[in-house]
Design a protein around this ligand. Structure first.
Ligand code: MLC
Ligand code: AMP
Length: 515
């Protein structure tokens, strides 16, 4: 009988029980430890009443416990719902409500714990590294339970995780990803990239998005590689992991490569440590060709760029052995069908721009609890990514833009312009506002707002924009994550609109470009 997808995820836990699985701050968990701890945690959770299909949220930083928790949730058939730890009350509260997560894992003393405690509603809180406190359960106490026996009670099509992602609408939606999608796609991608038991992956990406959680954690589980886990990205620590901890792979968003290159500018001798690595990959946003070339010049490595999306996982990748072309995201990953179509649905010709449509096992089963939104995201069984791309004669795809101006990508985080506009409209000084992503060399895009003030008594160029920016940024900071902070503001007499009254955001970008 064919091994189930879940069984494949767990296979190295017993087969490589003595091998390093997660190394974190001087602590090492072997695959055998992951096996035993996840069985104990699952059994403790079951005793609390958590059942198959229940959603359990993890509002916790990158810690080995977060990986144990995820595996424990899988063992029960509970659905793992990671939450961005930069989120403030409303953002996190929305996910807990939308997913119907009655149980949440947090770290004692963290900002997430404070955010969680401030939220209305009753839920079961599991606290890592503390005694639990009033009304909470200590994570460590659950590890004292006896090991739950047997295999995860799940089918390949059951959801393993729900990952929340912003879209063109204000509030985030949860993409439900099945065991089949995770194992088929991450298995294919990591085979393509030759992940093996000999690898040690320096993982500094957060564990609440598909980049870090799916390629990072699931890729390591499927291939038996070790994870060198970091609580946050730090360029110097990444270099040290190659020098001292035997790291062989680093995966990053382009902003992380900017930081690594800045460090190499200051200390060129560190390039030798990175040169020892086997593979450097980039994704989540476009890697400028100049960074690719500079990194190669310094370290000898050609960064392998690939393309993905929460809803589809990873559908295009440069080859491991063939040519890695800067400025492109390569060719379809095995198991993924990729089309580039014009507005009328016809296949775009060679080098002609069109929308990327994707089909295959890697796709989400749907947005959690949102059948109409799910249906709207598909065209005849193909998922519409909203990304605009071209395919060259050799089949290499380049991402050249996005259909919606309301989606911003900054430092690899997806941000909804509408969500920020909705908050800014509540500010007493703001009559109208339009938020856009302005191209930025470090972040890819930075968040900028064009504002029409209620008080029109002063000429627009007499407004103190530095003061206004501080005021508006402080205001959004009360309810939105730090990375959604406005980085610049311009004051207009009125927003540019077309004949239908629709705000023309590209014209705002033109105004900003001239400033
Ligand atoms: C941090 N800051 C950001 C930011 N991250 N600003 C804009 N965009 C971001 N992404 C700001 C903070 O608000 C703060 O601003 C200042 O930077 C310092 O904060 P920090 O926490 O010290 O920053 P740092 O740790 O350096 O974070 C940078 C980063 C981080 C690049 C490491 O953004 C990151 O982890 N990005 C990865 C996101 C990711 O995993 N995406 C994958 C999505 S999945 P101030 O003003 O308060 O000082 C996906 C699919 C696919 O996209 O294909 O992979
Ligand atoms: P997310 O919804 O956070 O998963 O982000 C997915 C989006 O990130 C995609 O729709 C693309 O817009 C963008 N993206 C991912 N990888 C790349 C890449 N290599 N180049 C350009 N854009 C990318």
């Amino acid at each position: 009988m064919r091994e189930s997808a879940a069984a494949r995820l767990f296979s190295h836990l017993s087969a490589r029980s003595g091998g390093d699985a997660v190394v974190f701050a001087g602590r090492t968990l072997t695959f055998g430890d992951l096996e035993s701890l996840s069985r104990r945690y699952a059994s403790g959770l079951a005793a609390l009443g958590v059942r198959k299909g229940d959603r359990v949220a993890a509002f916790a930083e990158s810690l080995p416990e977060a990986i144990v928790a995820m595996l424990g949730h899988y063992r029960l058939g509970a659905i793992h719902v990671p939450i961005n730890t930069r989120y403030r009350g409303e953002e996190a509260g929305h996910i807990l409500e939308d997913a119907g997560a009655a149980t949440v894992v947090v770290r004692a003393g963290s900002e997430s714990e404070a955010v969680l405690r401030s939220l209305p509603g009753k839920r079961r809180v599991i606290v890592i590294g503390g005694d639990g406190g009033p009304g909470a359960v200590s994570f460590e106490s659950l590890l004292e339970s006896s090991e739950i026996p047997g295999d995860p009670p799940v089918g390949d099509g059951d959801p393993a995780v729900i990952i929340y992602t912003s879209g063109t609408t204000g509030k985030s939606k949860g993409a439900a990803l099945s065991y089949r999608a995770l194992v088929a796609n991450i298995g294919a991608l990591t085979r393509l990239w030759r992940f093996s038991e000999a690898d040690r992956l320096a993982l500094t990406l957060p564990l609440f998005h598909v980049h870090g959680l799916c390629i990072g954690v699931h890729g390591a589980l499927l291939s038996g590689a070790a994870i060198l886990l970091f609580e946050r990205f730090d360029a110097a620590k990444v270099v040290r992991s190659f020098a001292d901890q035997g790291a062989t792979i680093f995966m990053g968003v382009p902003t992380m490569y900017v930081r690594l290159l800045e460090l190499l500018d200051e200390r060129p001798e560190l390039a030798a440590s990175l040169a020892r690595g086997r593979l450097f990959t980039s994704g989540s946003a476009a890697l400028p060709a100049a960074h690719f070339e500079e990194f190669q010049r310094r370290t000898g490595h050609r960064i392998l760029e690939r393309y993905g999306m929460t809803e589809t996982l990873f559908t295009l990748s440069n080859p491991y052995e063939g040519e890695r072309r800067p400025g492109t995201v390569g060719l379809p990953v095995p198991g993924c069908d990729v089309r580039i179509v014009e507005e009328n649905g016809q296949e775009a010709g060679e080098d002609a721009p069109g929308e990327v449509l994707v089909r295959g096992d890697s796709l989400m089963t749907g947005y959690w609890g949102k059948p109409p939104e799910t249906a709207a995201a598909f065209r005849d069984g193909w998922f519409s990514t909203g990304d605009i791309a071209r395919r060259d004669a050799a089949g290499y795809v380049s991402i050249v833009g996005r259909k919606s101006v309301d989606v911003i990508k900054s430092g690899g985080f997806k941000i909804s312009a509408r969500e920020i506009e909705d908050v800014l409209r509540e500010h007493p000084r703001v009559r109208e506002v339009a938020v856009v992503g302005q191209p930025d060399p470090v972040w890819g895009e930075r968040i900028v707002a064009a504002v029409v003030l209620r008080d029109q008594s002063a000429p627009v160029d007499a407004v103190d924009t530095a003061e206004l920016l501080n005021d508006l940024a402080a205001f959004t900071g009360e309810s939105l994550a730090d990375y959604k902070r406005l980085r610049a503001v311009c004051v207009l007499r009125e927003l540019p609109r077309n004949a239908m009254g629709k705000v023309q955001k590209h014209r705002i970008l033109e105004v900003l470009g001239k400033e």
